[in-house]
Structures are given as C-alpha cells and as structure tokens.
Ligand binder design. Structure first.
Ligand SMILES: [Zn+2]
Length: 498
C-alpha cells in the first residue's frame, strides 16, 4: 500500500500528517487538520484515497486550491509524489508517496529536509459517514460553536450571518458520469444569420453544407451505425473513458473566458478560421452572448462581472437591475484585495489576447465586440484534436466535395453550464469532454446516409486504432474525443471513472 505523508508548512509552523483514508485541511476545527492561516476557508480542501489513487478536492473554498500552480478543478486532481499544494495566504503542503515495505520501518524524513516541528495531527483515519464519527463531531461541534459564538466578532471574513451552524462537510468526491443522462453533450445553436461571417467563402461553404440532398438526411437517414459510435452496454463507459484520459493527461480545464484566454496565450490551443480548406465552423460559439466578461466563482457556482476597479464595480452596481443576492455575491467578491486583483488580471488577459488576435484594442465595454470575441475564443481546440479533425475533414471533402460542418470545439466550464441550463437533456455538470479542448462535434444534420456512413466508418477506424473515443449522438452530431498521446487511457483508470 502506498504510504502518503503530507508536510504542511506555513509561516509559523511545520508538521507532518500521515494520510490514512481521508482528511480535510482548513482554518477551523471542523477540518481534520487545522492550520492557522486567515486565507483558508474553514474546511478548505480534502485529500483522500480512492483505489490506488490519491485525490485532492477543493471543498468549495473561497480562494481555491492549487497543485503545482494549477488550480484544482471541480472534479479534483490526482496527486503524485513531490506535488506541492498551495492553499490560503501562505500554506504549502508537500506530498510524499512511498510504497510501504513489509517489515521494514517506514521511511520518514530525510536529512535534506528543512527542520520542522512535528505536531500531532488529529487522527485522520475515520469514516465520514459512520454514526460514531458524526456523533463525536456533533458533540465536539457544540463545544466549538460555543467558542465560536464568543469569538465571532473577530471572525469577519466570508461568513454571512445566516451561516451560524455548520455540520462537518463530507468530502466531495470527483464527479462521476450520471448513468441516467443519455445525452451528456449539448448541441450548439447554429450562428444566427446576422452573426455569420459576411465573406463569400463562408457563405458558399455553408451553402454546400446545407444543399438539398433529395433524400432523407440527419437523424432520418437510414444509416448503419458501427459499434464504435454506439454507447457501450454500460452507458457510463463512453464518458468514463474521456474523463479517465483527462485525468491521465492532467488536462487543465478553463473555467471562464479569461482563463481560456490565458491558456490560448500560453499556446495550449490553436485557432480555427471560420472556413478552412476542408471544414466550416457551422455552429461553433453559437451560444456566445454579448454579456459582460465574467469570472466564474467556483465557491458560489456563479459568475461575477469583471471590473477593473472597485469604483467601477460600485458605479455599475448602482445601475444594475440585479437581485439582492446577485449584488451581494458581486460586492463580496470585490471586497477582498484578492478578488479585485483577480478581476484586474483577468480583464488584462482578455484585452492582451484581444490585442494579439485583432491587432487592435479590445473594448470590453462594447457588447457587440464581446460577443464576437467570445465566439472567437470558442473557435480554438488542442492541436492534437485539430490533427484528427483535419484528417477527417480532408477525407470527407475529397469524397463528397463538401466542407465538414463543425458544431463545437472547446468550451469553458462556465459556457458549458450556460448551455446546459438551456438544454434539459444536457449533463448538468462541468465534466469533460468539450472543456478539455480535445473534443469536437461534427454536425450530420444535413448529411445523407452515404455521407454519414462514410464518416462513421472513418471515425470507427480511428477508434479501433485507439486514437479517439466517439459517439453518434441523437442531437445530429458525431462527437469525437482525441487522445493526445494517440492511445486510450489505462483500463484501471476507466474503471475508476465509472
Ligand atoms: Zn460533443
């Protein structure tokens, strides 16, 4: 069994904790391991074992959790030996993993380590769901609450008046595919006429896509669906494979447009023009709105508009027809220095990328410009997926002399949520695949049986070769997810994602 040791350090203390089944870290007694750092939430992050893997999951903390400088996504992050976790204002957790040897004494600190005070952590081996544990914590809570009530006036950060009592939070496990959801994907709306590119090339390409075939098309065409494009007998498996690959490749998921802009600037994605040699962006970014650029606040699950200064925020708030709850979320976000500087940095990422892409300054106050820019950001994908898409597009174009109509590329977590709210069939979560930038949708809405059969045979060949995971969806799309290393994730990881 893997022995996992966490070296927790902040300005004042350093101590080691051995991970048994699971533990939580936070600033309050409600956490298994209490650390004195005002930047921590009361129960900030959970670390636990699941099969042979060790996960960290942010417990909806105010400021998030980071592993090697990457923010821990909603679904959690798998930890490796040597990882550095950063939480709060100045707390770091160094992760050490060793295969536990039979009979041999467990390896502990090495001489190269900085000196530390070894504190006794509270027992971390327990079952969160056991009645004994809940009873014990409830009793402890009564005492703690009495103390909290006395010192409540000193505890001003983040706590709203109604949040007086607090049961110990159970760990949030990574999201797993919901077997009840058949179609977890969402079809993007075709671009409205007024939003389509006006150039002749685009118009002609779209005309080719929609041309009357004189026979049944789309869902009505009589096609032979290869096994590779159908669901597995266990319907969860298709999504589990994509989730497993995301975990294995440690794919970062952009939460909002600002984060996507940062990742684009870091050259993690490539842009697709609205018309290429053999494809056309038929519905990509069709759901983009002219709304303000926002920061996706994970804790609240809400979006907060980006303002460059608190003064701008206040002026905007005064004019805003928002509910009191929305206003409270926005005010609370901008009440911290961290929130204000985050907002400024995110706006900066957007405008800098706008300058790079458009060769002119992006005016984030211009609604029409925002919509165009958002759609442009959604026209990116990972280069590994682009390669697969272009091979398919070329084959289709050579055979049928039509461009391949693409319906969706990368999506942010926030955009995915917005789409899901509009479509009741969509998975109500932020899971891969499209947030990874490794997935793309091909619209078969206008294709006849021969076109669909040809494309499905091509995609099935790729899947049989272990390069993609694909599905013919009932919403007029072939969904293709490309494995960046050209092979599927290990079966053990797929099983864990089910
Ligand atoms: Zn899709």
């Amino acid at each position: 069994m893997l022995e996992v040791t966490l070296l927790i350090q902040n300005g004042q203390e350093a101590f080691e904790v051995r991970l048994e089944e699971s533990l939580t870290i936070g600033r309050s007694d409600a956490a298994t391991v209490m650390v004195n750092d005002d930047g921590l939430s009361r129960v900030h992050a959970g670390i636990y074992r699941k099969a042979e893997l060790v996960w960290i999951v942010d417990q909806n903390s105010t400021h998030g959790s980071f592993v090697n400088n990457a923010e821990v996504p909603t679904e959690g992050t798998v930890l490796k030996d040597g990882d550095q976790i950063e939480i709060g204002n100045h707390t770091t957790v160094h992760v050490e993993m060793r295969e536990r040897k039979m009979r041999a004494p467990a390896r502990r600190a090495t001489a190269s380590r900085p000196a530390r005070a070894v504190a006794q952590a509270k027992p971390s081996s327990f079952n969160f769901k056991s009645p004994v544990f809940i009873a014990a914590v409830s009793a402890a809570l009564i005492i703690v609450l009495a103390i909290v009530a006395i010192v409540a006036t000193r505890d001003v950060e983040e706590e709203k008046p109604q949040r007086q009592t607090r049961a110990p939070k159970p760990l949030i496990e990574p999201r797993i595919p919901d077997p009840l959801i058949d179609d977890w994907d969402v079809e993007e709306a075709p671009l409205p006429e007024e939003d389509q590119p006006t150039d002749e090339t685009y118009r002609q390409a779209l005309q080719k896509v929609k041309e009357e075939r004189g026979e049944p098309t789309g869902y009505d065409a009589a096609v032979e669906i290869p096994a590779e494009l159908k669901h597995y007998s266990d319907r969860r498996r298709n999504l589990a494979i994509q989730s497993a690959e995301t975990i294995e490749q440690n794919i970062r998921i952009p939460h909002d447009f600002a984060e996507l802009a940062q990742m684009i600037r870091a050259k993690q994605f490539v842009e697709l023009k609205s018309v290429g040699e053999s494809y056309v962006l038929y519905a990509v970014g069709g759901g983009a709105t002219a709304g303000e650029f926002t920061h996706f606040d994970k804790e609240k699950g809400k979006s907060v508009p980006l303002y460059s200064a608190a003064a701008g925020m206040q002026a905007a708030l005064n004019q805003m027809a928002e509910t009191d709850e929305r206003k409270a979320i926005i005010t609370s976000f901008y009440s911290t220095g961290r929130g204000r500087s985050l907002a400024a940095a995110e706006l900066e990422s957007l405008t800098t990328l706008g300058r790079d892409l458009n060769k002119q300054t992006l005016d984030t106050n211009d609604a029409a410009a925002r919509k165009v820019f958002k759609r442009r950001l959604l026209s990116f994908m990972r280069p590994e997926a682009q390669k697969v898409m272009e091979d398919l597009a070329l084959a289709y174009k050579s055979r049928f002399n039509r461009p391949l109509p693409l319906a969706s590329l990368v999506r942010t977590e926030e955009y995915q949520r917005e789409l899901s709210e509009r479509n009741v069939n969509a998975a109500r979560n932020s899971l891969p695949p499209h947030t990874t930038g490794l997935a793309f949708d091909i619209s078969y809405r206008y294709m006849n049986a021969a076109e669909q059969n040809f494309l499905m045979a091509e995609i099935a060949r790729l899947e049989a070769a272990g390069r993609v995971e694909a599905l013919r969806e009932n919403n007029n799309c072939f969904h293709v997810f490309a494995f960046p290393d050209g092979r599927p994730p290990p079966e053990s990881l797929i099983q864990k994602s089910m």
